[in-house]
Ligand binder design. Sequence first.
Ligand code: CTP
Length: 402
Amino acid sequence: MSILSGKKVLLGVTGGIAAYKTPLIVRLLIKQGAQVKVVMTPSATDFVTPLTLSTLSQNPVLSSFTEEGVGDHAHWNNHVELALWADFMLIAPVTSNTLSSMVNARCNNLLLACYLSAQCPVFIAPAMDLDMYAHPANQKNMALLESFGHIIFPAQEGFLASGLEGKGRMMEPEDIIATLTSQLEKDSPLYGKSVLITAGPTHEAIDPVRFIGNHSSGKMGFALAEEAARQGAKVVLISGPTALSPKNSQIELIRVVSAQQMHTAVFQHYHKVDIAIAAAAVADFTPAEPAQQKIKKKTGLPEINLIPTVDILADMGQQKKQQFLLGFALETENELDNAMAKCTKKNADAIVLNSLKDTDAGFGGDQNKITFIQKNGTTASFELKPKTEVAVDIFAQITASL
Ligand code: CTP
């Protein structure tokens, strides 16, 4: 399956003769399973018709901030919404005029407004006559756009619309798609991988209204899920009760309550994943016989008989085949030795040791300080940092070990 499958692409088209090739770009993107919305500058509509592009993209083509509506009700095209919808933005062709506007944050058309609002990767395919392309002003603008983190698809040598021959042709649509694909694959080290993550606490019922639980917020597990999805993985997130919801639509969230439910959900997916991460703070004990009705005060202090919960990580370790299995450990003494022993006992490939020594680290907080311990004893320690950044470090360690 192509990495473009399911991707939301905002395609910007500006007013250059190479715009006649954009229908082919749309066609190729759609063929690979992408969703495409096209935004044109007003002058681009002189070179290729919005009807052609809307037919091929199966979406309305937008070229102004407002559309004629029924009666007095004009419709406003929300550039922020459009820009946030996109997984990436491709602007092809880009004229000298638009290059300069992008660099200078000019915002006099819908395409520029979308570009300035975009939080996603931006790919730019310039096209102009050879002398214009070689002009230091345009070369400087392209270098500046690269310094913003955008990717330029350089113009190609060949026949130009002016009748001259040289470097200035827009990269051919097939090459744009091939370059785009390899760039996206490079940016997605987990592309093609599936990742299972447990997160949050579990609640073990005492009676229909009370439970044994813990203070886990689920933030670390959810941050790991977001990072895995951002790096292109297919993610199943199995979470105990938390107030969080995943942002990335590629994350499949399964909500559970108890350790037993988490175990059942995990083993519905475990056999087919490449990476499994046990970030949940699973309760170690559960009431042997939860009361069917609310326990009343007048019956006196209840005696609650506890039995151990099923150890999900240990069971994953026992049934491990192709999976890279990562556990978490929270220790208060002999931290490294205890974490290493836990890694071996549960047959994990690595374990993340959470430190409780820093205020704001660990349970409930937004930050964490970890040591990543491989089963061969190699360790990597990291500074106290936001859990979103800890997730990046953890996946860097995992991909290095795969
Ligand atoms: N874990 C699990 N199922 C359990 C208990 C723990 O999957 N019933 C996982 C956690 O998600 C974590 C790892 O095991 O990845 C370590 O959990 P921890 O509670 O620190 O270890 P325990 O084995 O419970 O040992 P102890 O509490 O005695 O330190």
